[in-house]
Design a protein around this ligand. Structure first.
Ligand SMILES: Nc1ncnc2c1ncn2[C@@H]1O[C@H](COP(=O)(O)OP(=O)(O)OP(=O)(O)O)[C@@H](O)[C@H]1O
Ligand SMILES: [Mg+2]
Length: 477
């Protein structure tokens, strides 16, 4: 990056520009006004002294005039020149007495004295002579003479020059300090911004391992903490994604591997019809398992992508309980389970009927598969504080407390569960229920395990049948 385009350089230059502008303003406004004030103070001082000096000169005789001029010069701290009109040329002035012993040539044609003489009023101003500036007050004394008080401005102007040169030095120091402070301050920020940039690049490259720590309480610190939260979330998602792919591939490979083995056996060897029938039955089971797995994975991927379409309609849970028991009657009989509806109350929920049925199937299938033969399984409904429940209860061994929370995780199975399951059923049930605005609940202890689908209640049964068609509307895309 061009070093002059960095934040540090820009901030430093910006501060330096502000300091430089302040200095120029001081030089253009403050210094001239200071100079004006000093000159005016000198002129006022001379103007105040002029009448006294005038009357002293007027009262002095020609013998004492030189002494009076010297005394007046000393008391007024200025050169005192006494002009009188020329005898043969009354419109012109001539120097009659001068406190300066060097020469009077420089004041002979003094324009202020001449103006005071002509206009008969005191005149003040500055004049330059011999490369120097003076403050002058010309004071006319009645009858014609003019007294001129002249004081050098050298001392006043010297202090102005001093102020100005100090100002330049101070300004240069301030400029350098502004450049340095601006650059350093911005460099500190720039370093923290670069850390954020590097972290963003790492995340963009798929590396979520390095945490971003910035404990400061300013905006950059807040940004860094937001960044860190994002990194952790992305790391979790990435971990879940990898785990999901690994699990899904493993689950797909097992039945495919088994199918491949059977196919090889069947093509290689002369099999008797009995074994062949046995092999075909096992292969059908594996194909069914694969089909179920593919359907479950598709459901999950739709859930992840938010593309699962649900309708929000009144669902009669008691009717669903009957359907479930009918559907699984044959499976229950083959596993010697006692399956029936028990304690079903009229419970109308708001949700998607097909998906509620899918969740019920997951519960009933689990109750039949994961419990020993002969275990009783009861499907029922209930109402509870504005919620309608579809419950599946079994008298099986239950799920140990340390696993109870995790059975809703994807691919989670308990040790010793039957091998055909993939551990996706309850995860799908949980996510579907949440999507319908409900939840799944589990209550388990040895001898009694209850899975419940909890949905918001709809209206009463009479209104329900009339409204059912009208209420059908997609709630989620
Ligand atoms: N009624 C139950 N009694 C005892 N254990 C259960 C019961 N229901 C679920 N489980 C345990 O919870 C685990 C997760 O269940 P889940 O339905 O998610 O997966 P699965 O049944 O193993 O496979 P899938 O349903 O995907 O075919 C099961 O493997 C089983 O160990
Ligand atoms: Mg299951």
């Amino acid at each position: 990056m061009n070093p002059f385009r960095s934040v540090g350089a820009r901030l430093g230059l910006g501060l330096a520009a502000v300091v430089a502008a302040a200095l120029v303003l001081v030089d253009l406004i403050v210094v001239p006004s200071l100079e004006r004030n000093l000159i005016n103070a000198k002129l006022s001082q001379l103007r105040e002294a002029a009448p006294t000096v005038g009357s002293q000169l007027l009262n002095s005789s020609s013998f004492t005039l030189d002494d009076t001029v010297q005394a007046a010069a000393a008391s007024s701290d200025a050169r005192v020149v006494y002009f009188t009109p020329l005898t043969f040329h009354p419109a012109k002035l001539t120097v009659f007495a001068d406190s300066s012993s060097v020469t009077s040539a420089d004041v002979e044609d003094d324009r202020l004295a001449l103006r005071a003489f002509e206009e008969l009023r005191p005149v003040k101003g500055t004049v330059s002579s011999g490369g120097r500036r003076y403050a002058e007050v010309a004071y006319p004394i009645f009858g014609g003479p003019v007294v001129l008080l002249r004081a050098p401005l050298r001392d006043s102007l010297r202090s102005i020059h001093l102020v100005r040169s100090r100002l330049v030095v101070a300004g240069l120091i301030a400029l350098a300090a502004a450049l340095l402070v601006g650059y350093l301050a911005a460099s500190i920020f720039a370093r923290r911004i670069r850390r954020l940039e590097r972290a963003a690049d790492r995340i963009a490259a798929g590396d979520f391992s390095e945490p971003l720590v910035d404990s400061r309480g300013d905006e950059l610190g807040q940004l860094a903490r937001a960044f860190e939260r994002m990194r952790q979330r992305l790391a979790q998602l990435e971990h879940a994604r990898r785990e999901f792919i690994a699990n899904a591939s493993h689950e797909l490979r097992t039945p495919l591997f088994s199918l491949g083995g059977f196919l090889e056996l069947m093509s290689d060897e002369e099999l008797d019809p009995e074994t062949q029938a046995e092999f075909t039955a096992t292969m059908r089971e594996q194909v069914e398992r694969l089909t179920k797995l593919a359907t479950d994975l598709l459901d999950l991927s739709r859930l992840d992508a938010g593309r699962l379409t649900l309708v929000r309609e009144p669902v009669d849970l008691a009717a669903l309980a009957e359907i479930l028991v009918d559907e699984f009657r044959a499976v229950a009989v083959s596993g010697e389970h006692e399956l029936g509806v028990e304690g079903a109350v009229e419970a109308s929920a708001l949700g998607d009927e097909e998906r509620a049925l899918q969740i019920g199937r997951i519960f009933v299938e689990n109750a039949l598969i994961h419990t020993p033969p002969g275990t009783a399984v009861r499907v029922g409904t209930a109402l509870r504080n504005g919620s309608a429940l579809l419950t599946v209860e079994d008298a099986g061994p239950g799920i140990p407390a340390e696993h109870a929370d995790r059975v809703f995780d994807r691919f989670y199975r308990l040790e010793g569960s039957i091998a055909s399951g993939s551990g996706l059923g309850l995860a799908i049930a949980h996510e579907l229920a949440e999507l319908m605005g409900g939840a799944v609940e589990l209550e388990t202890r040895p001898g009694r395990t209850v899975f419940a689908l909890v949905l918001p209640t709809a209206m009463s049964k009479t209104a329900f049948s009339q409204e059912k068609g009208r209420l059908r509307q997609p709630s989620l895309q």
